[in-house]
Design a protein around this ligand. Structure first.
Ligand code: FAD
Length: 478
């Protein structure tokens, strides 16, 4: 039977209390009020037992905890989550969870989908655990996945609960302990080289302290996670939003809300920022919304231009080619031909089928061109036809802000990859400190690439921690 996350979390809390109680009362988390100084809880029960505390029970944290525990069953693994575990997985992909992407098994091509990370992740990262490995992992653990035409991979149930339940069941089965509703507010190093974690439960005004041999920071884009990383000697590249829609200054555009274009070519032109800015161009589907433009092309442009858009305060120009497969001269010719053939027809009632446009949008173009909807084709001057062709090929839209697209957004910025060994995910600043997921300066475009970063990083960190814990315990036995 697959338990619901609610059942599982109840079970996990019971496991936690039971496992602490059966071994030693002294090890129970001591729920003291803030005014008391709480004793440090050695999460390991015996001196030879090693412990890992994972800060953050998201995709990266839970995946890593399972991997570490599967390689080192004796390793005590505690995941501390301030909210509910895997909350983003649950809501992701419109409730379906776009787990990864099935069109980029080749790591050298996969990296091209990461505006931040495309250079650094070129090495071992996705070769160690890439989309194919993710798909195998979930199928091996009983979740059947399907790849849609555009490469996005979803559970065949079309329900993110399949992924959440699978991960939580597996973690529970392996003996990973989860504590929810608790926030790690500080991490420091003790004289003995162990980590000391300050954990708070705000609703009850409680403070606990934990000791751990290994710490994995998997706090996503949380400010607290960045703060802890800074306390530990890391730097942070300023976080800015990525994957958002564009607010467009054009009141008439809202009348087209819901109109989709299967293939446009859109170019982002930003002002008020440094010269030599790369011009970002994307080809693909676009959608008109109530407040502007959305769809894969826009989201991809927002990701590639995330930092420059932030610097320009989300103002600039978007040039859209609505017929990217037709050259400008051919477009003019098609319009002249249409005029000849349908001279007596109203311009608003007929337009060249080669353009593959919808009537509402054609009327919008006529209006932008200053042409009356009732004008006959015969009455449109050749100059107007030339400028109509130009408008369809280079249609300018003024970007005046960032939309509130809530389906998928991530943060660009975080811990620089230069401060991490990408084949272990270990900090180059502090040994036995690991990072994975969105806390790093890695983000992908839409299509399952962001979860893939979390699975890959989590897997690599979990592997290294599990291997090191096994080696260390073998040494102690010898
Ligand atoms: C609405 C939405 C839909 C999305 N859909 C998709 C999709 O379909 N496909 C895709 O690839 N990507 C998607 N993404 C992006 C994806 O969710 C993230 O990239 C991914 O969740 C990052 O995983 P993570 O484990 O690094 O961080 P998170 O999933 O953010 O997990 C971090 C966890 O750490 C906890 N935490 C933070 N600070 C502390 C602390 N101090 N103490 C204790 N706990 C802490 C947080 O509560 C959180 O649960 C979506 C994002 C959003 C917002």
């Amino acid at each position: 039977m697959i338990s619901s996350p609610a059942n599982l979390s109840h079970f996990w809390n019971s496991v936690r209390v039971a496992s602490f109680r059966t071994k030693s009362h002294a090890l129970l988390p001591c729920h003291r009020r803030r005014c008391c100084s709480s004793p440090v809880i050695a999460f390991s029960q015996h001196a030879e037992e090693q412990s890992l505390v994972v800060v953050g029970g998201g995709a990266a944290g839970v995946y890593a905890s399972i991997r570490a525990k599967s390689l080192a069953p004796h390793l005590r693994v505690l995941v501390i989550e301030k909210g509910k575990p895997l909350a983003k997985v649950k809501i992701s992909g419109g409730g379906r969870c776009n787990v990864t992407n099935g069109h980029f098994f080749d790591a050298a091509r996969l990296v091209d989908n990461y505006p931040r990370g495309n250079r650094e992740l070129r090495g071992s990262f996705f070769n160690i655990h890439g989309p194919k490995d993710t798909i195998c992992w979930f199928s091996d653990h009983g979740v059947k996945l399907k790849t849609e035409d555009d490469g996005r991979v979803f559970p065949i149930s079309n329900n993110s609960s399949s992924i959440v339940d699978c991960l939580l069941n597996e973690a529970k089965m392996r003996g990973v302990v989860l504590q929810m509703g608790k926030t790690v507010s500080e991490v420091s190093l003790s004289d003995s080289g162990q980590f000391l974690l300050k954990v708070e439960k705000r609703t009850m005004d409680l403070v606990e302290h934990f000791k751990a041999d290994y710490v994995l920071m998997a706090t996503g884009s949380s400010r607290q996670g960045y703060k802890i990383a800074i306390q530990l000697g890391h730097s942070i590249i300023d976080p800015v939003p990525s994957l958002f829609t564009f607010k467009i200054e054009d009141t008439e555009l809202s009348n087209l809300s819901g109109v989709t274009f299967p293939k446009v070519k859109a170019k982002l032109k930003l002002k008020n920022i440094q010269k030599n800015l790369p011009e970002y161009t994307q080809v693909g589907p676009m959608l008109v919304t109530h407040w502007g433009l959305s769809g894969p092309v826009i989201l991809r442009l927002s990701a590639w231009g995330a930092r420059e858009l932030f610097l320009s305060e989300y103002s600039g120009m978007l040039m859209v080619d609505f017929i990217p497969d037709i050259q400008l001269e051919d477009a003019k010719h098609i319009l002249f031909q249409h005029k000849d053939q349908l001279a007596k027809i109203k311009a608003s009632n007929s337009f060249p089928s080669q353009f593959n446009l919808v009537k509402r949008f054609w009327r919008y173009l006529l209006e932008r061109e200053g042409l009356d909807a009732d004008i006959l084709w015969a009455s449109i001057s050749n100059n107007h036809l030339i400028s109509l062709a130009l408008l369809i090929k280079h249609c300018p839209f003024k970007i005046v802000g960032k939309g509130q697209f809530k389906d998928e957004f991530v943060t660009a910025g975080g811990i620089p990859l230069s401060e991490i060994s990408l084949n272990t995910m270990e900090s180059k600043v502090i040994p036995n400190l690991f990072f994975a997921g969105e806390i790093l300066n890695v983000d992908g475009i839409t299509g399952g690439f962001n979860f893939q970063n979390a699975w890959s990083g989590g897997y690599i960190a979990g592997t290294k921690i599990g291997e090191r814990a096994s080696n260390n315990s073998n040494k102690e036995i010898l």
